[in-house]
Design a protein around this ligand. Structure first.
Ligand code: NDP
Length: 451
């Protein structure tokens, strides 16, 4: 790298750390994009003079608020809610809501920053945002979850709207939570609009939205494999997580002919050497979505499988890994274990699941590796399609939505190829996704003046 580009990166990061102390996930996400786009910014000095990336790294608005509620024992509980509206150059803010004990400002800012580039990649008119609270629905009754969601929305509603900011689900926020949040929004705003996505099918939701992130991930991975003359057929696949993204990634990979041998949650993982099939998949959907059980129960139901408490799946030999749980779930040692086990493709369903050290190893070893902002963009893209259907008051068929999703994932893949090819022909999907996402946002910001 040229010396003056490295100087720019160093001084950018020094200033970012000074302005945002104690936010390691946010620093990590910005650094990854900065390294990819700095050479481009050096080539187009007006982007540097206008401080475009500096502005993207300073959210347009951050809202933090108290969320008081009462649990089933009558005890008063207090959580902290967030909405980080990162960038609106391309459209109304759009991004999920996460309910998890680990939620803090750093995680919200990293996710909103990532979302800005991801939404740009989808080619749909959406800015980037993220929100959430340090509340985790696990173990709570339906009544407690409803009271929490109502209190959360009682503050959030004044900051969102169908043309302002359109939240969706994320970790800990599925169909049940979106229903409660939407109900309270409708009551407070006195309007029935598409202000949230991931709605129920009978009241404005889109077909295929629940499946979209996991299916889109597999469509993207299929394109990566196809480019090197391979496919999912007969491959051994590791999936982490067992929530929304993991379930549908596992299901689609299995239907594309792969042998999916792992699923996990924050307590451990199951290894099923025979692989998932439709019957086992139906069990997982019922276990996680209806009974809200734990993945270890899978090994009791299907004795061919083994449960490994407190462990991650990355030591199991495989061809393809689809991390679909959470950020930084693949560290350096996990990446080494994956490479040792024969893994040739890592496609991210979660946001930033690989640490910088793990990403460096994947790139050094020239395996197929796609960052979440490219390969998991099918979820927000289908949320964008839900917004279009709500605005037009129409309902597309499953096939229509699937065709849009397929096309969008192919377009994102093509954008990565366009901007990510290195001199030896290797596709650096990190560089490709970051540059393609950045250029569109940057150009819009230049056009819109200093705001
Ligand atoms: P869910 O809440 O449905 O599932 C999350 C899964 O990950 C659960 O199995 C959960 O286990 C596990 N998990 C959560 N935190 C940890 C942790 N710290 N360590 C190990 N496992 C953990 O969330 P989603 O499936 O919606 O989201 C998964 C990932 O995909 C996130 O990174 C999210 O940002 C990303 N994503 C989601 C999209 C969507 O459309 N939903 C769109 C794009 C990205 P447990 O039950 O034990 O907590």
């Amino acid at each position: 790298m040229e010396k003056f580009t490295q100087n720019y990166i160093d001084s950018f990061m020094a200033e970012l750390l000074r302005r945002n102390p104690g936010e390691p996930e946010f620093h990590q996400a910005v650094h990854e994009v900065l390294v990819s786009v700095a050479p481009y910014i050096m080539d187009y000095p007006h982007l540097r003079d206008l401080k475009i990336l500096e502005r993207i790294a300073e959210p347009e608005r951050v809202v933090m608020f108290r969320v008081p509620w009462t649990d089933d024992r009558g005890e008063v509980r207090i959580n902290r809610g967030y909405r980080v509206q990162c960038n609106s150059a391309l459209g109304p803010y759009k991004g999920g809501i996460r309910f998890h004990a680990s939620v803090n400002l750093s995680i919200m800012k990293f996710l909103a920053f990532e979302q800005t580039f991801k939404n740009s990649l989808t080619t749909l008119p959406m800015g980037g945002a993220k929100g959430g609270a340090d509340f985790y629905p696990r173990g709570c009754s339906d009544g407690e979850v409803m009271r929490f969601c109502q209190s959360f929305m009682t503050e959030l509603f004044r900051h969102i709207g169908q043309d302002t900011d359109v939240p969706a689900g994320d970790i800990g926020v599925g169909g049940r939570e979106i229903g409660f949040l939407f109900g309270q929004y409708k009551r407070l705003a006195n309007e029935f609009t598409g202000t949230l996505t991931g709605k129920g099918l009978g009241w404005g939701g889109s077909l295929l939205r629940p499946e979209a992130t996991g299916y889109g991930l597999c469509y993207f991975a299929e394109q990566m494999l196809e480019r090197v003359g391979e496919s999912f057929e007969g491959k051994t696949v590791l999936v982490s997580g067992s929530g929304n993204v993991a379930q549908h990634a596992a299901q689609k990979a299995m239907r594309l002919g792969a042998r999916v041998v792992t699923l996990s949650d924050s307590d451990g993982f199951i290894h099923d050497p025979d692989g998932l099939d439709e019957e086992k998949m139906a069990y997982v959907l019922e276990l996680k979505n209806i009974r809200r059980g734990r993945i270890k129960e899978y090994a009791t139901k299907f004795p061919g499988a083994t449960y490994y408490p407190g462990k991650r799946p990355w030591g199991i030999p495989c061809d393809i890994a689809l991390p679909c749980a959470t950020q930084n779930e693949i560290g350096k040692e996990d990446a080494e274990a994956l490479l040792k086990g024969g893994c040739r493709c890592v496609a991210e369903g979660a946001n930033m699941p690989s640490t910088p050290e793990a990403v460096a190893l994947f790139l050094e070893n020239r395996i197929l590796y796609s960052p979440g902002k490219a390969s998991n963009a099918g979820g927000v893209a289908t949320s964008g399609l839900e917004m279009s259907q709500n605005s037009m008051r129409v309902h597309w068929t499953r096939e229509e939505v699937d065709a849009h999703l397929h096309r969008i994932m192919s377009d994102i893949h093509a954008a990565c190829l366009r901007y990510g090819e290195e001199s030896d022909g290797y596709i650096n999907y990190v560089k490709g996704a970051n540059l393609a996402g950045f250029i569109k946002v940057a150009d819009a910001m230049v056009d819109q003046g200093l705001v």
